[in-house]
Structure formats: structure tokens, C-alpha cells
Ligand binder design. Sequence first.
Ligand code: E4P
Length: 214
Amino acid sequence: MKFFLDTANIDEIKDAHSMGMVDGVTTNPSLIAREGREFEEVIKEICAIVDGPISAEVISTDTEGMLKEARHLAALHKNIVVKIPMTVDGIKATCQLTKEGIKTNVTLVFSPLQALMAAKAGATYVSPFLGRLDDLSQDGLQLIEQIVDMYANYAYETEIIVASVRNPLHVLESAMMGADIATIPYSVLAKFASHPLTDKGLKAFLDDWNKAQA
Ligand code: E4P
């Protein structure tokens, strides 16, 4: 499974990258706004750190506006993937961008049929938002399973980015289902690495070692 980092924070990206855990990065307007920095400056800095797909989202809601922004963003760096919202206008833009060879990530996907439309439009990636469904007492993981099965049935090449990840189990379950990618907040990634028995075991090893030296 590929791990993307779901952040626009440069320190988080550098740290996770040094662990070899960042295959790509996803941003969104909220994540960029949180950094209080200029959008393109942040995107270019991320591209200089991570050699993998970097998602940058359009702000326009009409097809023409999305196309204009997408062409501009795609020209910034070869690794840019343009994030397009899952709307009728967004699907039209995705269809056109696919013809132009511009990579897209159809975002804000909450149903299997939205994911099917994104694949039919030729999206490079689709981002179902797992955690936000769970927040509404709907089964986010079931959505991931449906999309994995559906894409396999028809051999779509669109890759599934499990988004809105809230905890390590979201990643584990998605990996067991065969989702291509999880885009993970830094705080959740940090939880993967630690286990109390690892800490306890390491302390015991070092205590025993030090006693033997005394
Ligand atoms: C995906 O690309 C989004 O940036 C992200 O996963 C949204 O997650 P949230 O529901 O935690 O805002």
C-alpha cells in the first residue's frame, strides 16, 4: 500500500519523508489555509521534498474555471495532481483534463456511484472520505470495499486514495481490502510506529545489558 501524507505542513512532510513513509502528499484548501502561507509557494516546496504525486486542489466550482486553474497548477511541476471536486462540473473538467494528459484526483467522494463516475471520466485517483462518513454513523469502510470491488470488476486504472483517515485501524482495514493508497494525517502515522510492548521490551533489553556491564 502506498502512503500519502495528508498535510500542507512542511515540517511534518520532512519528518515522515525521512522515515521513508511518504509516497505522495495530498492537500486541500483547508490544510493550505491552516499554514497561513501562499498556496503555490507551499505546493512548490512540497514538490521539492517529495518525488511523488502531490495533490493541489482547484477553488473554482465551474468547469471552465477548474480547467483554467488545473492547467496552471499542472504547469508548476511534473508531479502535480489536480484535485477536482466530485460535482457535475468537476466530472466534465476531469474528462477534459484526462484528454489533455493532466493527472486528476476526484475528491469529496461519498458514494460508490460517484467513484464509478470518476473512473469513467478517466480520473487518475479517486478520494473517498472514510472518516467523514463514520462521523455520520455511516460505514466508511464499506464504501472503500465497494469501490475496490467495483473497480476490480471492470479493471479500471483509477487508483483509490482512502481519505479522511482518522485512526490506524482505518489504514489497516483499507490495506486488507486492497485499496491502493491511504492519505494519512501525520498524527495518525506517528501512532503506527509505537507500541507499549516495544518500549517495554527495549527498556528490559537495555536494563539487562547495563546490569551485565556493572
Ligand atoms: C483528502 O485528500 C482530504 O485532504 C482529507 O483526507 C480530508 O480529511 P478530513 O475529513 O480529516 O478533513
